[in-house]
Design a protein around this ligand. Structure first.
Ligand code: GLA
Ligand code: GLA
Length: 678
């Protein structure tokens, strides 16, 4: 079944020699055949060597239940192969065709209010619909059978951005699947009642059949039910991923299977750290939202993706050459941003750089979304930047296959804590988990200290300092892990609203933060969140918002690093640090924002003897990231600022960038240099 010339992504033994992959989603069905030849020619000109094909092609491939059309796909696969362009072939199940939803409207999702999500957009399918599953798997099987031996086939792309629009479905199918999921988790209805705390508000269930998704309710639905529904919904999509993958593996055991994750901004519904085990290589999509931290957020997401991939190379499946079309105002990228964004992903482990999409659509909902080949055509700044990036990626061929070099510090990321901490009926609804985590990451960048963003569960022993922002859900084993980390010399930093509940969302009793109280050597009796109009000042001059609380120090080894200077908590501790052998456990009881955290983290890092590996003059201006493989270390230097920055004293041969007469590397505004160090 195998083809000798098959260009496997990542599994191909000569992958490293082949360099970094470059390409896009390619949607030839939007264009007449005459355009296709032009496409492949320009792809070659830009250095494109892989495209994702067929993502939204279901209606074209199967125009009616018993009608299949592969001629066009055969032709384009052949044409791409002739031109040396490999195919990441989608299973085409992302958007069900009209004939299917007309015949089986019962596959359409239902929202919490009981409203049907109609066709007209995309991804209008219930993750748990057995009918949808049957049709989708039939399509997968048909495609897998037909293209198993195609020489262009490099990887399989399951569906597309699973859960982007359909993660929460409240239909009867979802109710049935949710019950099965709960039965597997709790075994008995009594255990479910206990976990959900149903003694409250007369919610005790007598039978599984009475259990429903958290549909529109008179007031706050049960928090345990809400948290489990989030976990279930992520798992339900994962199960769909596995079902498609299993068919693909049966037909082509040697072709890797992936799906594009969405580790970015506000995409909250899918626990991609858990999903990573289900794909042969991790792929991610990333789109920035404008704002002062847009660049740092991109780095944060790329970093987390790299660590979800276990430090191994991953595939940047989509990002934008310039503007997107789905934000309130869609900002075009500035000169240099396209390359800087792409290379930031490479710095954090991406071995493929791809865009949505190859040719900008003339019609449809995404016609104003940028592409590699814009409406203006090849005679355009975007296409010239695209072609230049293609050339840069070729210069970076030696990086292919290199793993991430672990940083000396880490920021912990935990989907359960994100979900639980932002639930309703809490002390404040203004808390933003990911923003707090990002602010800590920005603080590391401001100090020029490399930090990994790692999912909870990653071994911590290699890290000198670990920040666990709003680690709200702390089970007993997690509490023990953190304690063990500190006792063996690690420096832990955590924040307000951490360690408050266990995995069932039950409060740890006896004073907050229950699960971490002894480790931190503090005790809090009551939260005192701040109104939007309130700020408080600490005695180190920092301004705090969102949260405060009356912290009491209970352990003689816990020192007060800062106190509240005004407001209700005036004179009481705001930041503490307990020494534990060679390690420590620090606590920040309020929200300080990126600038405030930079000051606080500076002190905590110094106390932990954690230092920047950048020359003092460029700390904060330059982000550094490192990849390595046998015999080589690749240092990426990324200009975070809008001014040129000169970096002196960093060794290595430039693969990207150059040294001036004085030996220093000058980074243009938004510029990137890559130095090969041996
Ligand atoms: C997602 C999808 C693409 C496209 C882009 C636009 O990432 O996967 O099909 O819609 O968004 O930003
Ligand atoms: C009302 C209800 C109580 C409780 C409070 C919460 O007063 O009667 O059961 O829910 O609201 O503020």
């Amino acid at each position: 079944m195998t083809h000798p010339a098959r260009p496997h992504w990542l599994r191909r033994p000569d992958r490293a020699a082949a360099g970094l992959a470059y390409g896009a989603d390619y949607n030839p069905e939007q264009w007449p055949r005459e355009v296709w030849r032009d496409d492949v020619r320009l792809m070659r000109e830009a250095g494109v060597d892989i495209v994702s094909l067929g993502i939204f092609s279901w209606a074209r491939l199967q125009p009616a239940e018993d009608t299949w059309r592969f001629d066009w796909l055969d032709e384009i696969m052949g044409l791409l192969h002739e031109h040396g362009i490999a195919v990441d072939l989608a299973t085409a199940t992302a958007s069900p065709p009209p004939w299917l939803t007309s015949k089986h409207p019962e596959i359409l999702p239902v929202n919490a209010r009981g409203e049907t999500i109609w066709p007209g957009g995309r991804q209008h399918w219930r993750p748990t619909s057995p009918v949808f599953r049957r049709y989708a798997l039939h399509l997968v099987e048909t495609l897998a059978g037909r293209y198993a031996d195609h020489p262009a086939l490099a990887a399989w792309h399951v569906s597309n951005e699973l859960g982007c629009h359909n993660v929460y479905d409240y239909s009867d199918d979802a109710a049935r699947a949710f019950r099965d999921w709960l039965r597997a988790r709790y075994s008995t209805i009594a255990a479910l009642n206990e976990a959900w705390g149903t003694a409250f508000w007369s919610q005790e269930y007598g039978d599984w059949a009475q259990v429903l998704p958290p549909r529109l309710a008179a007031t706050h639905p049960n928090p345990g039910q809400q948290l489990d529904f989030k976990r279930f919904s992520s798992d339900a999509l994962r199960e769909h991923l596995r079902a498609e993958r299993d068919i693909l593996r049966r037909y082509t055991p040697d072709v890797p299977v992936t799906t594009n994750f969405m580790v970015m901004g506000g995409t909250k519904g899918m626990d991609f750290a858990a999903w990573a085990a289900d794909v042969d290589f991790v792929a991610n999509d990333h789109y920035s939202e404008p704002g002062p931290q847009a660049r740092d957020e991109l780095s944060f997401s790329a970093n987390l993706t790299g660590n979800i991939a276990g430090g191994r190379p991953w595939f940047l499946m989509e990002h934008a050459t310039s503007a997107v079309n789905w934000q309130p105002v869609n900002v075009a990228k500035k000169p240099g941003e396209l390359a800087r964004d792409s290379l930031t992903h490479v710095a954090h482990g991406a071995d493929a750089v791809c865009f949505f999409q190859w040719r900008q659509s003339a019609a449809g909902a995404e016609k104003y979304h940028s592409a590699m080949l814009p409406h203006a055509g090849a005679d355009s700044d975007v296409f010239r930047s695209v072609a230049r990036l293609g050339a840069t990626l070729r210069e970076l061929a030696p990086v292919a296959g290199a793993t991430r070099e672990p940083a000396p510090a880490a920021v912990l990321f935990h989907w359960d804590s994100w979900w639980a901490a932002e639930a309703d009926s809490h002390p404040t609804d203004r808390l933003r988990y990911r923003q707090e985590a990002l602010d800590w990451y920005t603080a590391f960048l401001n100090l020029g200290i490399r930090a990994d963003v790692v999912p909870l569960g990653t071994p911590l022993d290699g890290y000198r300092l670990v920040v666990a922002p709003i680690l709200h859900v702390v089970s007993e084993p997690v509490a023990k892990t953190l304690q063990g980390y500190v006792e063996s010399g690690g420096h832990l930093v955590t924040t307000y609203f951490s360690g408050i509940v266990d995995e069932r969302d039950h409060v740890w009793l006896g004073g907050h933060p229950g699960a971490l109280r002894d480790l931190l050597g503090i005790r809090v009796e009551e939260f005192a969140p701040l109104l939007d109009t309130e700020t408080v000042t600490l005695d180190n001059g920092l301004r705090a918002v969102l949260w405060s609380e009356r912290v009491r120090v209970t352990d003689q080894d816990a020192a007060v690093l800062a106190r509240y200077a005004d407001g209700e908590q005036a004179g009481h501790p705001a930041i503490t640090r307990r020494a534990v052998g060679g390690g420590s456990a620090a606590y920040v009881s309020t929200r300080l924002g990126a600038a405030g955290l930079t000051a606080v983290l500076g002190g905590l890092a110094a106390a932990a003897e954690l230092e920047s590996d950048l020359p003092p003059a460029v700390r904060g201006k330059v982000e550094s990231a490192v990849r390595r493989q046998e015999g080589a270390r690749f240092a990426f230097l990324i200009n975070r600022s809008e001014q040129p920055v000169t970096v002196a004293g960093v060794p290595g041969e430039p693969l990207v960038g150059s040294r001036g007469p004085d030996g220093a590397v000058t980074l243009e505004p938004r510029g990137v240099a890559v130095l090969r160090q041996t």
